[in-house]
Write a protein that binds this ligand. Sequence first.
Ligand SMILES: [Zn+2]
Ligand SMILES: [Zn+2]
Length: 101
Amino acid sequence: MRMELLEAIMKGDVLKFYKSMEWLDKRTDILERDNNECQKHKARGKFHSAECVHHKEHLRDRPDLALTDSNLISLCNSCHNEEHPEKFNNKPKAQLNEERW
Ligand SMILES: [Zn+2]
Ligand SMILES: [Zn+2]
């Protein structure tokens, strides 16, 4: 990953990362890898289409894993929100629909 992006994440400018070509390409790869299917639903034997790609080790904690396949998983929005319980405290729900943290 470009140093510039890594530094942006570390400074808290995650938006710069989410708008980068590197991320947009990687996101497409991961969705294809997971057949556009929510992997948490799949684990429960159910189907839901994927709506975002989540960082298992959160982006701000492990910016070095930002583009690492094994750290990325396709999820639907409701499963994604379950992965970020900390965000319910101070953010409006409308902002929870995209991978922005
Ligand atoms: Zn996430
Ligand atoms: Zn799901």
